[in-house]
Design a protein around this ligand. Sequence first.
Ligand SMILES: [Zn+2]
Ligand SMILES: [Zn+2]
Length: 448
Amino acid sequence: MANIVWHAKLRISLDLTKDDLGHEGYEGLWDTVYTMDRMYAARGVPVAERDLQCGGVCRDAGVEAPMYLRLRANGRREAVHERREDEERHIVPVSDEHKAYQERILRVAAEEGFHGDSEVRTSVGRSWIQTDTLVEGADGLRIGWEVQLSSAGTQGPRSVRARAAKAEKNGITPAWHTDRADYARRHDTHWTRSDSLPAYVIAKTGDLRVVSGFRVLDFWHCDVRAVYSCPDGVRRCRRFHATPKPRDVLFDDLVRRTAAGTIVPVQFRVGGTTHRFWVTDTDRDRLEDLRSDDTQLPPVSEPDAPARASRNRPTCKPSYSAPNAPAPVPVLPAIRVLAQQAPSAAETVPVQTGAGAQPGVHATLHRSGLPDELVALQQAADDAHLQLQRLDDRGERDRQRRVWFEAAGAVQAAVTRYAGAKGLNRYEVEKRLRQVVRHPETQPGPPP
Ligand SMILES: [Zn+2]
Ligand SMILES: [Zn+2]
């Protein structure tokens, strides 16, 4: 298949990605060309004599590659090469560098005890999601690595936002990595970038540095002493703001920590643009805290070290060096323990739901169709958050924040168990649960 068809008789290119095939003045051009092609087919006219040729890769290569048209049941227009060898011209082989990245991701994940696989197809309803390298992380986290290198087309991958959104919706955190600066500047997903390196260097165990896509958040008070200008206006608003600052991270740490859930993606709006990048979970929590209440400085719950020092021989020169790189701090074990404890965290939630209550077949149901227990847990977490926003005392806020985190962890764990037991999409369950609790007035009742 190809998207550009050359019409040899009309001497025009037809762009199948456009409704009008790229020719504004000619209404119904597709219908005309398609009907004609069908008619030729019905009359037994050979494809090579129907004036339609590949106008993309094959034409660029100086080859006249005959094509025919077809219309899929879902309305999608396609041009198909008549000869297999022409079709194969379009398939870019997986480069050695690409393979080296896939192997490195799997190796690092395996060292941390995470399972992973390359070229994974996850079925989703009637279609599927193809993932370059999928890492099964802690607590049900799934990280879908997509590596896009210079060897790929100059146009860059298409529909990245749609592909990333589809993955997210189905419980896969997309992680797109590139060695191209132009891809890394795009906002369609949280791209990370390393310098362009040969395969044998990527395959080595030395340091491989990620030079963009990871940020640390600077939280600051908007007063006359602030070094940044107020993002909301000219004058000092006396609230607190967050400013993301680029920071290098080692690729292996990125693989480990995304799988462990201690490096997470966030969205950050500046003006009309949504920026997407990775931060530590601590920064993400503080950002959420700030978004819910920007009259207080979100406190730090744990020390954090994203770009730690390493004694390994570097495999590439960092193009951005982190000033004052903090000393190594063992972040992973603490988080692992926390993740394992998540289910029992329910015991500390203000609303008790009975010993070992498992939302499932025997659970009592809320009128929304969701188990009462889930609704109660979500309610408890939301209440804890609301209380946090009302507190002023630093110590009380710290305590309440822990209550909120634990309550939120309990909902997460319960949703995971419930979705798993019922074979439901976890993301959908979570979304519906939040809607049921936060907007009870818009509830249409149980799903059909
Ligand atoms: Zn072609
Ligand atoms: Zn301000």
